[in-house]
Each structure stands twice: as C-alpha cells, then as structure tokens.
Design a binder for this molecule. Sequence first.
Ligand SMILES: [Zn+2]
Length: 454
Amino acid sequence: MAERQRPVVIENAYVVPVAGAEIPSGHVVVEDGLITAVGPGPAPAVPEGAERVDGSGCLATPGLVNTHHHLYQWASQGVTPDGTLFEWLVASYRLWARMDAEVVAGAATAGLAWLALSGCTTSTDHHYVFPKGRGDLFEAEIEAARRVGLRFHPCRGSMDRGASQGGLPPDEVVEDIDEILQATDDAIRKYHDPSFGSMLRVAVAPCSPFSVSGELMTRSAELARSHGIRLHTHVAETADEDEHCREQFGVLPVEYLDRLGWLGPDVWLAHCVHLTDKDVRRFGETGTGTAHCPSSNGRLGAGIARVSDLLAAGAPVGLGVDGAASSEMTPLAGEIRMAVLTQRARYGPRALTARQALEMATLGGARCLGRETEIGSLEPGKLADVALWRLGGFHAAIDDPVVAFAFGTTPPLARLLVGGRTVVDDGELRTVPGEEAARAGADAHRRLTTMDHV
Ligand SMILES: [Zn+2]
C-alpha cells in the first residue's frame, strides 16, 4: 500500500462512478489510499485533518488506465511520419539499437508525466528493445514511474527473431531466447508485487509474431503462468502482418496465437485491428483483452479495430496511447474521443457512446490488467485513483458533462489522485516538476538521435 496520505474530500462534483448511477452533485471521500464514500450531496462525515476540494463545475471519474505504451519512443518521435508500420519500424530499429538507460529514464519521465497530465493513474509499458551493454533499461523506467507517482505495469518485452531468421528487426536488436527468459524471470522476482493496492506489477510480453519465434511465445506463456502473471503482445495490427503470418505460419495472426495457447483471461493484446468473426468470438469465449489504440492505428494507417463487436462479444477492451513515436504525444483522455469518432466513422452512429468509451478508458482497462476489483470505478473499498476534470470555461456550453468530456478536447485537471496521493493539482504536476519532465524527454531525444556509436 501507499504511504499514509492526508484524507481528501471532494464535494459538489458531477460524479461518474462508472460502476453505478451518475451523481449530478456528489462527494468522493478518500482515506488511507482508499475510497471510503461516494454519494450524493455533501460528504456524510469528514475525516480529521482532511483536505476539502470544492468540485463545483468539475467532473469526477476514476483515474484512466493506459493499457499499451512504449515509453522509450518519446525519444524517437517524428520518425517516418508518412510510412507503413513495417517501414516505420525498420527506420526506428536503427535508432532504438542505440538506446541506453539514460535515454529510457528521460523518455519515461516525460511520457509518464504527460500521461498523468491527461488523467492517467495506471499505465502499462511494453519495453522490448534491450541492446547489450546499455545499462538496466527496465529499472530505469520503473524508477521514472516511482518518481512521477503512477501505478505501473511494466511488461518485459523481447525479440528473438531477427532478419537472418525471417523476422523484421535487424539481428543487432534481438536477444538470445535463454537470456530473455532469464532476464524476464529475474525482473518478475525483483519487481512484481501481487498484493492489493500494488504500485508495480510485471507482465511478460514478447513483441509480435513477426519479431518473435514460436518457441519464445510458448516458453514466455509457461513462465508467466508459473508466476501467475499476465501476458501481453501486439497482434493483428496491419494487413502486412496478415500476409507475413500466412507466409510464415500458414494461418492468420490470431489463429496463430490461439494455437500457441495465447488466448485467455490472463492475456491482453494490443491493436487487434484485423479480426475475423471467429477471432471476435474467441476473444469473447476466452476473456482475452484488447488494448485499443485508435490514434496510433490512424497515424500508421493500420485500420479501425472492431471494438463494438468485441464489446458485444463480452471481451474486455481498454484504451492505450501506444508509443509516442506512433502517436506523437497523444493524451490518454484524447483516446476516448478518438475511440468514439473512429468507431462511428466505420460502423455507424450507434457503434459507441461517450459513456461506453469512458468505461473502456477506466474499468475496461482495469479488466485487461486483471485489476477490476481494485481500480477502474469509484466505489468504497477501491483504491483512491481519481481524476477531477475542470469543465468550466469553454466546456461549460455543453450541458452533459460526460459528453463535454468525451467529445470535446481534453479538459484541464483540477486534481489527480493516485492511491490518495496528489499527483496533479490545478493542472500542474506535484511529483516531478512539469518543466523538468519535458526537458528530460527532449534531452533523451537529443541523446538518442545524436549518438554516433551503436
Ligand atoms: Zn505498440
């Protein structure tokens, strides 16, 4: 659990618990890192020494959950702005091969600070490039998350199928399979905290079918399941991937994963854009989660995921910003708007509502990470991860606060609490100064792009 925090009482806010009815003027009480009361009107009791926050003109939601990211990519934004996924990847791998712990520390600090400023209280990160002799990259991002103060789910990623074995990445950025599994096992033992209220949980995450061997997929699943932790990878992102899987494995990507034992309630998968009807059914039957990343999918021209079909099938769906190099600083709250607009553009006006999209960004994400009993809704007994959005000013002309929030641009944060601790106050970071975080990201970019040794 988090250290003891001063209690916080939010009153007069429009409260959207996500689980349960909306409260037009209500309170949220936070004590010892937990939500202790949610309801209409003023708080029934104010804990001793509590800080009282006037939420007039504000919308209170659960903190947002980011289900897919590559924080290190803050340092390589803007590469191949007009290429396909595979063209963009091939150009990016050359830069990523130079990455070191200092680049990751700076990029992660900027990326996590940016997430906090857009209402994120829990973030995953999928790190899968580990060039030799460049320091402890995994530790660097974990330290950044501690400083920024977000709940963090780093995924120990990996690639073992370089170009010489039919994979997409150059051989210099892939690792040996035994080294990968040892390093992943070490990371789990060192960092994973399964307890209620955990600030850090590790997942196992080989990168994608076109950069990883079938053996690594299978052994990764065995390793994760032996520790009782979750599995994550990319799948069905682009049409190029379909072609690659047909050629190399004789099946489409999701069927390939299914054969490897990679669908299940302990798995969540990034993108899932190109799904067959059978794939959608299998996601529902198996409880496999999807990290939907609409901005990144648009930026790379990947397509539009079948989110409304996945929700109808009962599969968990969360939102993700994806790496900053394929979405250029997308704010997490902005993905709610993108999700609504892209679903409707593709599947019609009833495809997704503002409230469904907010649920994906909160409880849906929590389900993907297996934490729906702890986070994702405002309910007594859950962790005090709360976002308070200021809907005065330009947003005030829209009567329905959820519509103003989901359809308008991202409003400023009055407050962001993670486990009851104030991370953002009145639009400003209170953990790491915003200017320092931005500078760390810019320095990481310069260091990565001007390094002359590989
Ligand atoms: Zn990704």
